[in-house]
Design a protein around this ligand. Structure first.
Ligand code: N01
Length: 480
């Protein structure tokens, strides 16, 4: 068998998954290039107060490295980060990772990928795997005067732990999952929290069970292994998530639950402020049993007047009022449509990724790209990131790439590239199915691509797994 050289870009959850699966298959020449000094990607970058995962931990973990001791149903960020770092150590992957090594460019040349780093090093690879994450590039709002603010100011993914918030007036701009979690963590516990809301969110009040007495009793008497829990939650999540991809009673159920939850806000004026004018699920649902309670606490104000500008003392809204603040927190989300950019990717013949994606990001079956041989992406365009666990998606995509690499080892080909035709057909089907998803029902969200349609998987996540279980060899152009 031939031994491939594999380079993975990124040591976040997907990169760890890919490296683990290659190593478990006996492929040793694997190098993971990571621009930061630690593993964990989004779970390394984000450590703001109140951070939790909105996918149950039982299903937000690798099937090949289960953790039977999650402390909560939705575990806190630091615990998830420890778990992924633990996977790296348990599976002996750390010596494959080159930290503080930022990939800036990669070109396919003489049958191999040449991978160039910011420090001027070059790596060669038979296969290049992109695992650069979905929520990686923070978006800073384009608000006049942002840089004039006199106090501490940071994006939630760049949280400054040295700033003590206890006796401070804190302004949080943004009310997505992050802004909501921060509100729960800080509301009522600091001097003043001003939450700047441009668009209200629908909130699903799922409780976050911990090691409370009931759970302890249930665990004692229900002999559930973590494998059983994984599959139970997986089935449950896929079942309920169908409401997001097609109309029907499950979509209604999300709607009834979110609207019922909103009614728990007692003050009609505040309730009106928090009422969205789009369908529940169109933007990512905020999962929180505590958000509405938090915004009703003393010392929490929801400000819906638009922001005019920022000045050294605080935020001036369009009505001319200056809201003085000590700390400015930007919970303004991420550029989820960047994928592996700004890395320059250049295929044989000089085709660049920017040229290939000039009309929007498109992939072959979410994992590969015509014009770019022996290249696979994890969390590529139209992956089911809106309604499924990203660990399960990463495993399915990594397995697909691994199957191709195994064929290469057996000498079945030297380069494999998905055909234009197959990619076109796949994307046509995707575009045809997207309009019936709730994500396309009329709202602005990080799911939307440049054509205004969501860059998400419009069917059941199980269909995505089934699709990737097959190599679809006839849809690839192979060179011997
Ligand atoms: O980001 P977002 P996020 N002026 O894009 C507002 C995952 N996640 O970090 O809606 C004023 O959802 C923007 O307003 P609008 C999860 O998948 C998971 O909260 O565009 N406001 C919006 O309110 C999530 O979906 C977990 O009108 C501005 C907010 O900023 C994804 O990350 C925890 C503005 C951005 O919301 C992203 O969530 C945290 C401006 N100029 C995150 N620009 C869990 O697992 C933007 N906004 C629970």
């Amino acid at each position: 068998m031939r031994e491939p050289k594999v380079v993975i870009i990124g040591a976040g959850m997907s990169g760890i998954c890919m490296a683990a699966m290659l190593t478990r298959a006996g492929i040793e020449d694997v190098t993971v290039l990571e621009k930061a000094g630690d593993v964990g990607g989004t779970w390394r970058d984000n450590h703001y107060p109140g951070l939790e995962c909105d996918v149950p931990s039982a299903f937000y973990q690798f099937t090949f490295d289960r953790n039977p001791t999650w402390t909560r149903f939705f575990s806190p960020g630091p615990e998830i980060h420890r778990y992924f770092a633990g996977t790296v150590d348990r599976l002996g992957l750390r010596n494959k990772i080159r930290f503080n090594t930022e990939v800036v460019r990669s070109e396919f040349h003489n049958g191999q990928w040449q991978v160039d780093t910011a420090s001027g090093d070059r790596y060669q690879a038979d296969f290049l795997l992109s695992a650069t994450g979905v929520l990686h590039h923070p978006v800073l709002p384009d608000i006049p005067g942002l840089d004039d603010f006199a106090g501490p100011r940071f994006h939630t993914a760049r949280w400054d732990d040295s700033v003590d918030l206890k006796d401070k007036r804190v302004a949080v701009i943004g009310t997505g999952s992050t802004g909501a979690q921060l509100t729960v963590a800080l509301g009522g516990k600091i001097k003043q929290l001003d939450l700047y809301q441009r668009t209200p969110q629908w909130v699903i009040p799922l409780p976050n069970w911990g090691t409370d007495p009931l759970t302890k009793v249930l665990r004692r008497f229900l002999p559930l292994t973590s494998a059983m829990e994984y599959h139970l939650v997986k089935r449950g999540m896929a079942f309920l998530a169908e409401g997001l991809t097609r109309p029907g009673w499950r979509r209604k159920m999300w709607s009834v639950t979110a609207r019922g939850n909103l009614r728990t806000v007692r003050d009609p004026e505040l309730r009106a402020k928090l009422t969205p004018d789009y369908q529940p699920g169109c933007k990512r649902l905020v999962i929180s049993g505590k958000f509405y309670r938090a915004v009703q606490r003393p010392g929490v104000t929801v400000i819906t007047e638009g922001i005019d500008h920022i000045e050294p003392r605080g935020i001036v809204t369009k009505d001319g009022v200056l809201h003085e603040t000590d700390v400015l927190v930007l919970a303004t989300g991420f550029d989820a449509r960047a994928y592996l950019r700004p890395i320059q990717l250049i295929g044989p013949g000089g085709l660049t990724l920017d040229q290939a994606w000039k009309d929007g990001a498109r992939a072959y079956r979410t994992v590969a790209l015509p014009g770019f041989p022996n290249f696979f992406m994890l969390m590529g365009p139209h992956s089911p990131v809106g309604n499924y666990s990203l660990t399960a998606i990463a495993e399915a995509q990594a397995k697909f790439a691994l199957n191709w690499i195994q064929d290469w080892r057996r000498g079945a080909f030297s380069t494999a590239t998905p055909s234009d035709h197959a990619t076109l057909l796949f994307n046509k089907k995707v575009q045809g199915a997207l309009p019936r998803t709730v994500w396309a029902s009329g709202c602005n969200s990080w799911y939307l691509g440049t054509n205004g349609l969501p860059e998400l998987w419009p069917w059941s996540p199980f269909a995505h797994e089934r699709m990737l279980a097959d190599n679809h060899r006839d849809e690839f152009v192979l060179d011997a």
